[in-house]
Ligand binder design. Structure first.
Ligand code: IMP
Length: 434
C-alpha cells in the first residue's frame, strides 16, 4: 500500500512534518503539483529546513525524490534550494525530475507580479505558468534538452508576452518602483533567457538531478515493490476546481491531482489528510471561523504563523469541521493527521465550527460559491481546553483528558479516524494512534 499526504484545509497544515515521518518507511517520495509557492518546514534534530520545490524525502539519503509531471519548476529556485541543502547535509536522496514538468519562465513571474495582488498570490509565477501549460504554450523540461527547439519556443513566447505584459500594464495600476522591480526588460530578452535556462539545466545535472519520464519510473519502482509516498502541496480548499474559486492556487492539490501529476495508477493508495488543530489561511478568500481578537493573535504568535515562502502573517481561526468534512469527501480521506495541538495549550475553552449559518439556514456542507461562504457565520461547539504544556508528551494516553477529548471530537465530527497528532516541531513529537 502506497501513501498520499494531502492538505485538508488552506495549506500550511504541517504536511512536511507528516511526510518526513512517513518517509521513514517509504523508498520514494513524490511531489505531483504546485511549485515554489509551497513551503514545508522540516525539523531534523536541531536543524530546520525550509523546502519549497524539493520533496521532503530529500533529507533521507537512501530514498528517491521525484518531482512529478504536474509540478512546475523555476530552475533557478531549484538550484538555489538544492545547493543550500547540499551544503548542510552530507548526502541527499537521488532526485528525478520528470521531463513533462512545465517551467516557470521569467515572464510568468512578471505577469504574477502585475496581476496576482487581487488573490494575494505568492508571486512565484504559479497561475501564469499553469495557464500557459493549459493553453498549450508551456515550455517543459524536455525542451531544455533540445537547445534549437528551446531557442525557437522562447523567442515565440517572448513576442507573445511582450504584447501581453503591455496590455496588462494598461489594466493594472503598477507604481514606477514596483514596475522596475519586475525586471521586464530582462524577462523578455529571448537570447538571455535561452542561455540562462540551458546553463541551469547543466547546473541541475551537476547537482545530481536526473531527467526522467516520471510516470514510467514510478511504475518501474512500483513493480520492484518500492513503497511510494506522495507529498501534496497547498491544500484542498486551494484546489483550482474544488477550492474557494477564484481565491485558489492554479493546480490540483486534491487526490485527482496526484494521478494527473504523477502518471501513477489509481489503486492501493492510503490517503492521509493533514489538518491543523486550528485553521490558518494566507492570501484572500473566505474564512468562516477566522478570529480577529487576542485569541487569534496568540495562536499566530505561539504557532509562528508567518508564511514559509512569503513571510506574510497568516490569518488564524478555530478548527472548521465543515471544510475538513468537505476535504474528507473530495479526497476520500482514510485518516487524519492533526498537527500543532500544543499551540492550543493554555486556552480555557476551544471552539469548533460544526456548521455555517447562512441567512436563515444552517449549512453542513461547504458552499461551492465564495460569495455564500463570505456571508456565513460559524455555528460553534465549545469544548474545555487544557493548561498543561503537552510538547513533551510521548503517548496519546498521556495527553490531558481535555486534549484527548478534543481530538476524539474532531475525529467524530469529521467522520474520519485520527491516526497522528502533532505536539511539537521535532520528528519525535508525533503521537500515533491505532
Ligand atoms: P499562488 O499559488 O501563488 O498562485 O497563490 C494563490 C493562493 O494560494 C494565495 O491565496 C496563496 O496565499 C495561496 N497559497 C499558495 N501556496 C500556498 C501554500 O503552500 N500554503 C498556503 N497557501 C498557499
Amino acid at each position: 500500500m502506497h501513501t498520499a499526504v494531502i492538505g485538508a484545509q488552506w495549506g500550511d497544515e504541517g504536511k512536511g512534518k507528516i511526510v518526513d515521518f512517513l518517509a521513514q518507511n517509504a523508498d520514494v517520495v513524490v511531489r505531483y503539483q504546485g511549485g515554489a509557492n509551497a513551503g514545508h518546514t522540516v525539523v531534523v534534530g536541531e536543524e530546520k529546513f525550509a523546502l519549497h520545490l524539493l520533496p521532503s524525502g530529500i533529507l533521507h539519503p537512501t530514498k528517491i525524490s521525484v518531482i512529478g509531471d504536474g509540478v512546475i519548476v523555476h530552475p533557478a529556485t531549484l538550484i538555489e534550494e538544492l545547493s543550500v541543502i547540499k551544503k548542510r547535509v552530507k548526502k541527499t536522496s537521488k532526485i528525478y525530475l520528470s521531463n513533462k514538468v512545465n517551467l516557470v519562465m521569467p515572464w510568468h513571474i512578471v505577469r504574477d507580479g502585475i496581476a496576482g495582488g487581487a488573490i494575494g498570490t505568492t508571486k512565484r509565477g504559479i497561475g501564469p505558468t499553469y495557464s500557459d501549460a493549459t493553453a498549450r504554450r508551456g515550455i517543459r523540461v524536455m525542451d531544455l534538452e533540445k537547445p534549437v527547439r528551446l531557442a525557437r519556443r522562447v523567442a515565440e513566447e517572448v513576442e507573445w508576452n511582450k504584447g501581453l505584459i503591455a496590455l496588462m500594464l494598461k489594466h493594472h495600476v503598477v507604481g514606477a518602483k514596483d514596475k522596475k522591480a519586475l525586471g521586464i526588460a530582462d524577462a523578455v530578452d529571448s537570447q538571455k533567457v535561452t542561455k540562462e535556462y540551458l546553463s541551469q539545466l547543466k547546473t541541475l545535472q551537476k547537482l545530481g538531478v536526473e531527467i526522467v519520464d516520471g510516470s514510467k519510473e514510478l511504475q518501474a519502482l512500483d513493480s520492484k515493490k518500492k513503497q511510494i509516498l506522495f507529498e501534496g502541496a497547498q491544500a484542498t480548499l486551494l484546489d483550482i476546481t474544488h477550492g474557494d474559486y477564484p481565491f485558489v492556487t492554479s493546480s490540483h492539490p486534491t487526490i485527482g491531482g496526484l494521478y494527473i501529476g504523477s502518471g501513477f495508477r489509481p489503486r492501493n493508495i492510503m490517503v492521509v489528510g493533514v489538518a491543523k488543530a486550528y485553521v490558518t489561511r494566507v492570501g484572500n478568500g473566505p474564512f468562516v471561523s477566522e478570529l480577529f481578537d487576542r485569541i487569534g493573535d496568540g495562536i499566530r504568535e505561539r504557532g509562528h504563523e508567518y508564511g514559509t515562502t512569503t513571510g506574510r502573517p497568516r490569518r488564524c481561526g478555530w478548527f472548521d469541521a465543515v471544510s475538513v468534512r468537505y476535504s474528507a469527501r473530495v479526497n476520500g480521506l482514510d485518516c487524519l493527521a492533526i498537527t500543532k495541538l500544543d499551540i492550543l495549550s493554555g486556552l480555557k475553552e476551544l471552539k469548533v465550527a460544526l456548521a455555517y449559518a447562512y441567512k436563515n439556514k444552517q449549512l453542513v456542507d461547504y458552499p461551492a460559491d465564495v460569495e455564500v461562504a463570505a456571508h456565513c457565520k460559524p455555528v460553534y461547539k465549545t469544548l474545555p481546553g487544557w493548561e498543561e504544556d503537552i510538547s513533551k508528551v510521548a503517548k496519546f494516553a498521556d495527553l490531558p483528558k481535555a486534549a484527548q477529548n478534543y481530538i476524539r471530537f474532531l475525529s467524530k465530527t469529521v467522520g474520519v479516524p485520527v491516526r497522528f497528532v502533532g505536539v511539537g516541531p521535532a520528528r519525535k513529537s508525533l503521537l500515533t494512534l491505532k
